[in-house]
Write a protein that binds this ligand. Structure first.
Ligand SMILES: Cc1ncc(COP(=O)(O)O)c(C=O)c1O
Length: 372
């Protein structure tokens, strides 16, 4: 294949371009009518009562935590296997992340041996729905109830994903979504916080709008900041929402092509969602021996793979903060996140990927395992 097979390409084109042009024609580019319509349609899709936009998923998680009053002196349980933004948002509100291992089937949070991590300063648990599927939310909600913890869902990767018929983001006290360019639905950059609690919603409004509910007044009853998106981004989001069903269908077909193409390669296994956990294969995540050598081989053959997440308990950026808190950080507490990094590969997938490209990636993988 002459052209590189990229890890990801956003599916944006003529329709998004026209929607952006419409903002200019109507001369409304900041948060306005399109933003309102975008939030309304997202809330309908998700089935949540209230929602506010944020500039990106990281700041949406920050708002989701902050609106619940989580701050300095508090701890939040976070899976060891996630994008660093989940933990960074905890640090950003002044709280400390406490890491817990994930399960070995699909690398979602595993609470079966997490009781000993519960301390009086642990205020919340953050299930992170990874790679387009969703955590076992029965076990998360049981754990939270048993230990009287709030739930803040990191649903950055989980738009359109359900657990037993309920959309991701509707189990928690708050939940955050991301619309970054590689997400199932994109606005280039963007985020959303949802809640069913009216008081929390009011806090979110203050926090995102300089401590006032309405714009245009210069009296600010609360402390707040600027977490707005723009109508330009939301115009793109509205077009993407129209495409969501097709994006999901295409991603499922691409996954099937991969499964067919790699079915005879015994070294490769696929990621399996929990029973009851639906998914949109946002990533095609496989596990295999010699994963890092295979990634080098893929790169040499014009395919762009991606590693799984590096365990958070080993992140250079976080170790100093965690050591200050005397949090025990033993590799032996995180066998599954270590295995995930060692054996996991995200193969290219994007809505416009064609069968020939998938076939080519499968051929390269096959060559790697059969070469002498
Ligand atoms: C699990 C998870 N949480 C949070 C984020 C942060 O979202 P953003 O990049 O929009 O800030 C991401 C983004 O990739 C993510 O994958």
């Amino acid at each position: 294949m002459n052209d590189k097979v990229p890890q990801f390409m956003p599916w944006v084109g003529e329709s998004e371009y026209k929607a952006i042009a419409d903002c200019f024609e109507k001369n409304w580019i900041t948060e306005g009518p399109k933003s309102k319509e975008f939030v309304d349609r997202l809330l309908k899709l998700i089935g949540a009562k209230f929602g506010v936009l944020a500039p990106n998923g990281t700041l949406a998680i920050y708002l989701a935590l902050k609106s619940l009053g989580i701050g300095p002196g508090d701890k939040v349980m976070v899976p060891d296997f996630t994008f660093i933004a989940s933990a960074n948002a905890v640090v950003m509100v002044g709280a400390t992340p406490v890491f817990v291992d994930v399960n070995p089937q699909n690398f979602q949070i595993d609470l079966s041996a997490a009781d000993h991590l519960v301390t009086p300063d642990l205020k919340a648990i953050m299930p992170v729905h990874i790679y387009g599927t969703i955590c076992n939310m029965d076990s998360v909600t049981d754990f939270a109830k048993r230990h009287k913890l709030m739930i803040v869902e990191d649903a950055a990767q989980a738009i359109g994903v359900h657990y037993k018929g309920r959309h991701a983001g509707t189990f928690g006290d708050t939940a955050a979504f991301s619309f970054f360019a590689d997400k199932t639905l994109t606005t280039a950059e963007g985020g959303l916080v949802v809640t069913n609690n009216e008081k929390v919603y009011e806090q979110l409004l203050y926090l995102r709008n300089q401590g006032r509910i309405d714009r245009g007044t210069f009296i600010h009853p609360e402390m707040g900041f600027n977490f707005r998106m723009t109508d330009i981004q939301c115009a793109v989001g509205l077009v993407q929402l129209d495409k969501l069903k097709e994006i999901r269908e295409r991603k499922l077909v691409i996954l099937e092509w991969y499964k067919q193409g790699l079915r005879d390669i015994s070294q490769v296994t696929f990621f399996t969602p929990d029973p009851g956990a639906e998914w949109i294969p946002f990533r095609v995540a496989i596990l295999c021996d010699q994963a890092h050598e295979l990634m080098t081989y893929l790169e040499q053959n014009n395919v762009e793979p991606r590693t799984f997440f590096y365990p958070l308990h080993k992140q250079p950026a976080l170790v100093e903060i965690l050591n200050k808190e005397n949090t025990p950080l033993n590799d032996s507490d995180f066998p599954n996140t270590l295995t995930a990094y060692d054996r996991g590969i995200c193969l290219p997938t994007f809505a416009t990927m064609n069968k020939e490209q998938v076939g080519y990636v499968c051929d390269v993988i096959s060559q790697f395992f059969t070469r002498k």
